[in-house]
Design a protein around this ligand. Structure first.
Ligand code: 5AD
Ligand code: SF4
Length: 440
């Protein structure tokens, strides 16, 4: 009898990828995925620990499942991902209805954990095991899928930014071997995928073993994927400025499949704060780096991450961040109020008052929104190539992404999901662009 699994994913794209693999791992134990928690035999929350708000969401969500567990005592409830790694048995102490806790490095053991939970025991696994979870996961099933996919190539981080839990929850940097990645990419392409986003917490520090036994750079991996027939587009995220090697910068100019979009977080624009963040680069070195990337690929769209209200950030420090943003001009960006994370060095330091941080976040977001809007508006009149992914809101509308990762909608009956077409942009809306098929 098939059992039903409801999985809810929080946080970054790596969790989205992990959730897909968890569904596959539990598929071997007789589970199939369902869309609502009410019909599930097992509920799995794949969690994020990056900011306090994200971590607290898990407990409020668990509270909401309480009545389901009362109605159906056999229902299994599991917590996976980074909160599981960081809090482990603490989760079961705080929420005794949780049956199973599994960290991001051990979810290939989910079938055994599920069996243990089935016998009424609590199952906990937050090891960083010797064996590679990817080796133990069944090959991805051959079912057709949408035109875009994530593929994790690297995990963990050795950078130890003073605010960040990732080095603790995801562990040291580990890269998957080149041949496994190429095999997985080929398999995805056979199943209808045309665009792959390579994922890693610090993806451009990739140094996986190549077929020649040497450690390959991310750029070499991209060139290997460039040869996969049927794969049309390659992206990667997230990168650290210090790992933007010359070959990776050059690939942006030379590899036609590598899309002109780069997410390159800087976090702050004040050297004093960058130093306290342990970022080991300066505002100036970041700006020079962006110039070199733009020299290789002039139309590249730059995206970033920012933290405001980091401990001891003064108004002058904050203004330096605004100045850096003015200089770089971001096509899109993500910005956050600093959140003290237990166990990180910055958590020990005096914080900026919440209302000051709130005010800074608003000012920063106003500037970033203006830049994002200007970048989008500048697309009007231009031709872009859109990979179409799904139906739009209006009848006959179909939506996809341009090479710059802008959502573009077109009304036409000549477009199918998975097609790539040249589209002329005719309007710029709040969060998307409107276009028409470009005359050939
Ligand atoms: N507080 C606020 N933002 C954080 N980030 C990481 N840790 C924290 C924290 N403690 C942000 C950074 C990172 C993004 C994924 O999340 O900007 O690039
Ligand atoms: Fe966290 Fe990224 Fe810094 Fe690594 S490089 S510690 S993942 S913010």
């Amino acid at each position: 009898m098939t059992k039903k699994l409801f999985i809810k994913t929080y946080g970054c794209q790596m969790n989205v990828y992990d959730s897909e693999r968890m569904v596959e791992a539990l598929g071997g134990a007789g589970y199939e995925e369902v869309k609502t928690p009410d019909e599930a035999d097992m509920i799995l929350l794949n969690t994020c620990h990056i900011r306090e708000k994200a971590a607290e969401k898990v407990y409020s969500e668990l509270g909401r499942f309480k009545h389901l567990k009362t109605e159906k005592p056999d229902l299994k409830i599991g917590v996976a991902g980074c909160v599981a790694q960081a809090e482990g048995a603490e989760i079961i102490a705080r929420q005794p209805m949780v049956d199973l806790v599994v960290g991001p490095q051990s979810y290939h053991r989910l079938p055994e954990l599920e069996a243990k939970a089935g016998q009424g025991a609590k199952a906990l696994d937050t090891d960083f095991p010797e064996e590679d979870k990817f080796d133990h996961l069944a090959a991805r099933p051959k079912a057709k899928r949408g035109p875009t996919a994530f593929l994790t190539v690297q995990e963990g981080c050795d950078k130890f930014c003073a605010f960040c839990v990732v080095p603790y929850t995801r562990g040291a940097e580990v890269s998957r071997p080149v041949d496994r990645i190429v095999t997985e990419a080929r398999d995805l392409v056979e199943r209808g995928v045309r665009e792959i986003t390579l994922l890693g917490q610090n993806v451009n520090a990739y140094h996986g073993a190549g077929p020649d036994g040497e450690a390959w750079s991310l750029a070499r991996l991209i060139w290997a994927l460039d040869k996969v027939d049927g794969l049309e587009r390659i992206r990667f995220t997230t990168s650290h400025p210090n790992d933007m090697s010359d070959d990776l910068i050059a690939a942006h100019g030379e590899c036609a499949k590598l899309m002109p979009y780069l997410h390159l977080p800087v976090q702050a624009g004040s050297d004093r704060i960058l130093k306290r963040m342990n970022r080991s680069h300066t505002a100036e070195s970041y700006i020079r780096l962006i110039e070199r990337i733009r020299a290789a690929r002039p139309d590249i769209l730059i995206s970033g991450d920012f933290i405001v209200g980091f401990p001891e950030e003064t108004e002058d420090d904050f203004r330096d961040t605004l100045t850096l943003i003015e200089e770089v001009h971001y096509g899109t960006a993500y910005s956050f109020k600093y959140s003290a994370r237990p166990g990180t060095p910055a958590a020990e330091r005096a914080t900026v008052p919440a209302e000051v941080a709130d005010d800074r976040l608003q000012r920063l977001q106003a500037l970033l929104t203006r830049q994002q809007r200007a970048t989008q508006d500048a697309m009007v009149g231009r031709d872009v190539h859109v990979l179409f992914e799904r139906e739009g809101r209006n009848p006959g509308q179909i939506v996809g992404k341009s090479e710059y990762l802008h959502a573009v909608h077109v009304t036409s009956d000549r477009i199918a999901k998975g097609d790539i077409h040249r589209v002329r942009i005719v309007e710029s809306g709040a969060n998307s662009l409107g276009g028409i098929l470009a005359p050939s």
